[in-house]
Design a protein around this ligand. Structure first.
Ligand SMILES: [Zn+2]
Length: 505
């Protein structure tokens, strides 16, 4: 979900892109069970249990106890009980593996012994390579943590006396120097710049549209283009490139796949610690977020981050943001993460470091009762391309643009940016040369403007520039009636001179 910070591009900001790691294996479970590493075992098993169907060797009792153990359910499980259950799980895992691909009679201790020891070696090697050095921040004033330290902290840090910040707190998994950078930002910690009144609510989309997309964010008031709709401090922030960070902890493992799996487990534990620090309401919000990464080895929280996270490009590890954006952060939001996708988005967002918060703005007028939409992928690509990019989020988009996509609309989306630039530059060239601008130079621009509006791209920078420039040129040509119409529309857009310069205007 790489988003554009500049407003110069018409593509709305994208959420962070997922990647595809491997799946957890029974071998891992067996390994943890054998080592009596019950926490690790619980994690792995819990993650496995989330897969469709869930492995049949997990008893209900085990599953529920694991769940309670992880999420502090009632009553919490004793270590003895956990060990006993883990032992049972191990037996089942081993038996299951023993019978796989063998004759039904080959089960029990012989098979268990041989294949068990092999996998144990591979996994333990991988494990050593991904151990993370983590630390809780006990002194909020300490800023000189070294680069290799990953902190689990709260931002803004609660001041002495544990007063709560009225705008809420964010739980943060962060590298030491990156935390120092944010805390040293001029103005930090400033209040969240938010609108005076609340203009949105979270509700079932079924109530407002035939296409049920689960929960969504809906306007409760009429909102004007450009208006700040809502602002919020995230619940959780984490480095975006989990795998890279997690695998820096030690010598490289020869078994990359296992290493990745282990990294994901380690990372999930870290995120869980951050989630454990949350207020109960935030915690339950995080755990209820949709997760389209149930089968790729991501834990529940990492899955939620990958499905619902927003890229925070303004916060990155090291001196500068990398071009592949692998050193930036990702955030889960209370409202923002509930916003659904549409290839015709109506909002954009900005992130403010000093207040550690997101601001969401309307790109078009939004009426009370309308849903807010954001595009999780680029919008200047064909419908097929969008489908491909949305698949990892578990989304099949049924927006108007996707439902009515044709060769022409695909072409329009792929080409409108270059076409706008070409047509407007040619128009201005005629103007500068002192020639009377020909109607033949204006017509294709009007045609492009109408096509953009029809495709739902009226929110784009290109569309808005076309309207403003047309108003100016038509006025120069003395076509006052038409000019007036465009001028009125253009005034709403608040297009800056700098943006028009791009077209030499
Ligand atoms: Zn769509």
């Amino acid at each position: 979900m790489d988003r554009n910070t500049s407003n110069s591009s018409s593509a709305p900001p994208r959420r962070q892109q997922p990647w595809s790691p491997a799946t957890a294996s029974e071998e891992e479970m067996a390994f943890f069970a054998k080592q009596e590493r019950t926490d690790d075992l619980a994690w792995t098993i819990y993650r496995e249990a989330q897969r469709p169907g869930g492995p049949e060797f997990l008893s209900d009792e085990f599953f529920h106890n694991v769940f309670n153990n992880i999420y502090g359910g009632n009553p919490p499980m004793s270590t003895e009980k956990m060990n006993e259950l883990a032992k049972g799980a191990r037996e089942r895992v081993m038996n299951k593996r023993g019978t796989k691909g063998k004759s039904p009679s080959t089960s029990g201790s012989t098979v268990r012994g041989s294949s068990g020891s092999q996998s144990t070696t591979a996994v333990s090697e991988a494990l050593r390579s991904v151990h993370l050095e983590t630390e809780y921040v006990t002194d909020a004033r300490k800023l000189d943590h070294d680069d290799s330290t990953i902190l689990i902290t709260t931002i803004p840090s609660p001041p002495d006396g544990f007063d709560k910040d009225p705008d809420g707190h964010c739980q943060w998994v962060v590298r030491g120097p990156t935390r120092a950078k944010v805390i040293n930002t001029p103005g930090y910690p400033s209040p969240v710049p938010k609108p005076e009144e609340n203009k949105v609510t979270i509700m079932q989309t079924q109530a407002i549209t035939q296409r049920n997309m689960g929960l969504g964010v809906v306007a409760t008031k009429d909102i004007q283009m450009g208006e700040l709709i809502f602002a919020e401090r995230p619940m959780l922030m984490t480095p975006r490139a989990v795998v890279r960070l997690a695998s820096q902890g030690g010598p490289k493992s020869r078994d990359k796949k296992s290493s990745l799996r282990m990294a994901l487990i380690e990372w999930e534990k870290l995120l869980q610690e951050a989630v454990d620090r949350m207020e109960p309401l935030d915690r339950s919000l995080v755990l209820r977020l949709p997760n389209s990464h149930r089968n790729d080895g991501s834990g529940m929280i990492l899955g939620a981050v990958r499905t619902n996270g927003f890229a925070v490009e303004e916060i990155f590890d090291g001196p500068e943001k990398k071009s592949d954006e692998s050193n930036i952060y990702a955030a889960l939001l209370r409202y923002g993460s509930m916003i659904n996708h549409n290839c015709v988005p109506n909002i954009r967002y900005e992130f403010s470091v000093a207040s550690v918060s997101f601001q969401f703005y309307a790109m078009v007028d939004i009426k009370a009762g309308q849903e807010l939409f954001y595009s999780f992928c680029e919008t200047n690509v064909s419908a097929a391309e969008r489908r491909k990019k949305l698949a990892p989020y578990g989304i099949t988009c049924h927006c108007d643009a996707c439902e009515h996509a044709t060769k022409q609309t695909d072409k329009l989306r792929q080409e409108y940016q270059s076409k706008t630039s070409r047509l407007l530059r040619a128009l201005n060239w005629q103007r500068r040369e002192g020639k009377k601008v020909a109607q033949t130079a204006i017509d294709p621009i009007i045609k492009l403007k109408d096509a953009l509006a029809k495709e739902g791209l009226g929110y784009t920078h290109e569309y808005k520039c076309i309207v403003v420039i047309l108003a100016q040129v038509l006025e120069e040509l003395g076509k006052d009636d038409l000019a007036k119409e465009y001028k009125e529309e253009g005034e709403k857009y608040n297009v800056s001179k700098e943006k028009l310069v791009k077209y030499s205007f």
